[in-house]
Design a protein around this ligand. Structure first.
Ligand code: TRP
Ligand code: ZN
Length: 879
């Protein structure tokens, strides 16, 4: 809790550690009232100018300290709220510290805590200091030995990082185990688990022939839902060998699933801890989206073994060094295993919806921030998703082979080290003998660059000229920006849809159908020779850089690109642009009281996508998905959420009415019989079919309600039953009530499935939704201490129900404030994530903006506000 204001930490203040840790022996005595931690470490001075050893520690009860077995007197050290200072510490000495902690009372889910009665840890970023006094910073690495003692009946399984080296039973009903992790690691990768767990086991043989034991540990009732996670792990291990030549390095790889977890999962060396929602899957309980997420997060944590663990971060400002790179790797993994264009579209959709908004917010920060108050607030869309886009820039510029050379050199140089993003850039540049220094601006400057393009065509000389310019809006760290290096992949399309060979003026390279331009300056001009007619440009193909690209396309040109662009991403994007133009026009018609109408060309473009059976089903589904209300709000500021809801509903309903027969025919044609499959085609078919059902739902006809009920009843998988239910949830009809009750009764013993039930109701557009959410908070299965429940009910309402969250009377905002204040005392990390929807209050019209601001003020004035929430609200209100 806050004493005065939390202070700001700056990257420029970084100094190397003053002592090294030569070895560390931890010993845990896990109890019901308290846990005793014995920490025996050998420290070796590194900085000759100091004799003070500073250790971090929070919420610890100190029992004793000894140097080389001599117990210290109180005047030999100073204990504060944040750590322990030891004066005149020897050049080299063994330090033994005994402390007590209270995991059963720990609701922050950071440090050592209990979930469903089992012990587990979460140390990243700075949770280790809630376990013991230690130099809890990622550039201090050592070999960990961990001894765990606990009651044998309650906690039969005792796990930590590395290999089990010894175990035994004690006379008093307790037992112990000793684990040794041979790889030096920072404290944030430490993990301990103790509980009543079962495991499934499998094996993987690496390319070089080593056999690795794979285990997934869970509470007994979920043991039958681990198969997909296990298969995903094996696929990830194989993929990293094939694509990057990287093998696993220990004899055992363990994953533990827990119900109470602040994030998705954690890459602790040899002992990953996972949010159970990212492990358990069966066709009846998990959706296609869940299956893909599980595979991708299993991959993500596994890939961290090299990008994060073997090569780690020097300090927390470098977080994107491991996270951006590992997200890039998990995206490539998903793309290689399923559909590359679908993966790309999904990733870009997330980036545009959430990261662009963050980049336009008072919390905007570069992928490598230069300051923070609370590091937990920087596990963001920017550090992760934009960070991955910046890694992708290297691959776009260097090609896959050049990128691989850079990765190889990075590991060759830095294995076993704690490094910076500059080291990564240098390895990429040196391996390819190119100068990439301009890419550094992507690490230091926040904000989404805006690229504006215009095209001239000179028929006489058959020359096509592109004028490109870039700007970047001011963000908290800088008001003026230096030009970014922006790779722009493009093609030029002739009127028959074919690509015109690109012959760049001044270049001797042979003509190619597509190429990557390097935009390096504020303004640049590129001319192409031998262009026989005025082309339609396909710009920023495959989303080659995380920018907003502006080109004055006509609606006809967008429809042309939707049909003909060879780049699947841009075909999709043309449809999104067309929809955005349409929304803009409808919003202006709505505000001037003009009747709303959809142009025939728009409807037939949608019809073409819906009915063209030669197109990939999954891509048709993506194309038929309109930009979200949040997406529309971001580009129509100041936003009026209720007007946006109205026009988006209007487009949906009009399309449903006009294309009803096509939706019905498509729906009928995509019925799958037989067993549930999760390959790209089967998933694409379900997706498209369920989109058809959602459109049809807009007709508000009882026959459609019955169709939903039938699909719900017939479904042999969660994807289809949930899709049917999510159509009904917006319709005030008896079928809705019955189906929700049925779902409740069927799944009330499956906590993960019940999250879907909570979430569904929170996103309903029906008028009494907020009241209903408040009632659901009283449901006996709802629990404020469980982050999944909070995200499912409160998070879904505030982040995925803009209509009701932005209710004109401010009730949605008020509700969020009350939740945030309650969470603040229980779990600051979750409180601080939940408060974020208020952050962009300046993007709304004056009335909602004033209400939102008022709530931020109310939170800021709250006694005992955590640094986590304080940082977000104070930055949101500043400037
Ligand atoms: N490093 C984790 C990842 O794979 C992130 C993470 C998991 C985390 N749990 C956390 C970060 C708790 C902060 C706090 O992305
Ligand atoms: Zn990660």
């Amino acid at each position: 809790m806050r004493e005065g204001q939390p202070s700001t930490i700056y990257l420029r203040d970084y100094t190397p550690p003053t002592y090294d840790v030569l070895s560390l022996e931890l010993s845990f005595d896990l109890g019901e009232d308290y846990t005793r931690v014995n920490n025996e470490a050998v420290y070796q001075r590194r900085d000759p100018s100091t004799t003070t050893l500073e250790l971090m520690g929070e919420q610890l009860v100190l029992i004793s300290i000894a140097i080389n077995d001599r117990v210290l007197a109180p005047h030999e050290y100073v204990v504060s709220d944040t750590g322990l200072s030891l004066f005149n510490f020897p050049e080299r000495a063994k330090l033994t510290i005994v402390t007590e902690i209270y995991p059963q009372k720990n609701t922050s889910l950071e440090g050592l805590y209990q979930s469903s009665g089992n012990f587990c840890t979460q140390c990243e970023a700075q949770g280790f200091r809630k376990i013991t006094y230690y130099p809890d910073r990622p550039d201090v690495m050592t070999v960990f030995t961990t001894r765990i003692t606990a009651d044998k009946v309650k906690y039969p399984v005792l796990l930590s990082n590395g290999n089990l080296v010894e175990q035994g039973t004690l006379a008093d009903g307790r037992h112990w185990a000793r684990w040794l992790d041979p790889f030096p690691k920072p404290s944030y990768l430490f993990a301990l688990v103790a509980g009543n767990l079962l495991h499934v086991e499998d094996h993987y043989t690496t390319t070089s022939g080593r056999v690795v034991v794979l285990r997934i540990y869970t509470e007994p009732h979920n043991i039958d839902k681990c198969d997909h996670a296990m298969q995903s792990l094996k696929r990830a291990m194989y993929w990293d060998e094939q694509r990057f030549g990287l093998e696993y390095d220990l004899d055992i790889y363990m994953i533990v699933a827990v119900d109470d977890f602040n994030m998705g999962a954690m890459e602790n060396k040899g002992l990953n801890v996972f949010n159970s929602k990212l492990v358990f899957a069966s066709p009846e309980t998990a959706t296609d989206f869940d299956y893909i997420s599980i595979e991708s997060v299993i991959g993500h944590e596994y890939f961290h073994n090299w990008t994060g663990n073997r090569v780690t971060c020097r300090d927390w400002f470098q977080l994107s060094l491991k996270e951006g790179l590992t997200v890039f790797r998990d995206q490539e993994f998903t793309a290689d295993l399923h559909s590359r264009p679908v993966e790309r579209i999904e990733s870009v959709r997330t980036l545009r919806t959430s990261q662009f908004a963050e980049d336009a917010s008072p919390m905007a920060h570069p992928i490598r921030p230069s300051s923070y108050m609370e590091i937990n607030n920087f596990y963001t869309m920017t550090v992760y998703e934009k960070g991955a886009e910046v890694v992708r820039l290297y691959q776009t510029l260097l090609g896959r082979e050049g990128f691989r050379k850079g990765m190889d050199l990075y590991f060759q140089r830095h294995d076993g080290q704690a490094v910076t993003t500059e080291d990564f850039l240098a390895a990429m540049a040196d391996a390819n003998q190119v100068n990439l220094s301009q890419l550094q601006h992507w690490y230091d400057q926040a904000g989404t660059p805006e690229v504006t393009v215009s095209l001239d065509y000179d028929a006489a000389t058959q020359t096509c000229t592109l004028h490109l310019s870039q700007t970047c809006p001011p963000t908290p760290e800088a008001s003026t920006k230096q030009a970014f290096l922006i790779p722009i992949e493009l093609g030029l399309l002739a009127s028959d849809g074919r690509e015109i060979p690109l012959q760049l003026q001044g270049s001797t390279a042979p003509a190619a159908n597509a190429m990557v331009l390097r935009l390096e300056q504020a303004h640049q001009v590129f001319s192409f020779n031998h262009v026989p007619e005025k082309p339609v440009p396909s710009l920023l193909r495959n989303f080659s850089a995380p920018v907003r690209l502006h080109f004055d396309y006509t609606e006809a040109e967008l429809i042309f690109l939707m049909r003909h662009d060879q780049d699947a991403f841009n075909r999709w994007d043309a449809g999104q642009r067309l929809a955005m133009l349409t929304f803009k026009r409808l919003l202006s018609d709505l505000s001037s009281d003009e009747p709303l109408g959809l142009e025939h060309e728009f409807v037939s473009a949608w019809q073409a996508v819906l009915t063209d059976e030669s197109l990939d089903v999954a891509l048709r589904a993506e194309a038929l998905t309109l930009p979200s209300e949040a997406d529309i709000a971001e580009v129509n500021r100041p936003a009026d959420p209720s007007a946006i809801h109205t026009v988006r509903e209007f487009v949906h309903t009009t399309l449903a009415k006009t294309l009803r027969l096509d939706f019905e025919a498509c729906y009928a044609s995509l019925q799958d019989h037989g067993t549930y499959q999760i390959d790209a085609v089967s998933m694409g078919r379900r997706r498209l079919r369920n989109i058809c059902l959602a459109y049809l739902g807009r007709l508000r006809e009882s026959s459609i309600n019955s169709l939903c009920v039938k699909q719900y009843a017939d479904a042999n998988n969660m994807t289809d039953s949930l899709a049917a239910l999510s159509v009904l949830v917006d319709i005030d009809c008896p079928e809705r009530t019955k189906a929700l009750q049925h779902f409740h009764d069927r799944w009330q013993n499956d906590t993960l499935v019940m999250d879907k039930w909570f979430s569904l109701q929170a996103t309903s557009s029906l008028p009494n939704t907020l009241e209903h959410v408040k009632q659901l908070m009283q449901h006996h299965l709802f629990d404020m201490r469980n982050p999944n429940k909070v995200r499912a009910l409160i998070g879904s309402f505030t982040q995925r129900n803009p209509l009701h969250f932005h209710a004109p009377d401010g009730s949605g905002y008020q509700f969020l404030t009350e939740c945030v204040l309650e969470l603040n005392a229980l779990n600051p990390q979750i409180a601080s994530r939940m408060v974020r929807p208020l952050m962009n209050w300046r993007h709304y019209e004056s009335k909602p903006a004033a209400f939102m601001r008022e709530q931020l003020e109310r939170i800021k004035a709250h006694e005992g506000l955590s640094p986590d929430v304080f940082e977000i609200v104070s930055k949101s209100l500043a400037a």
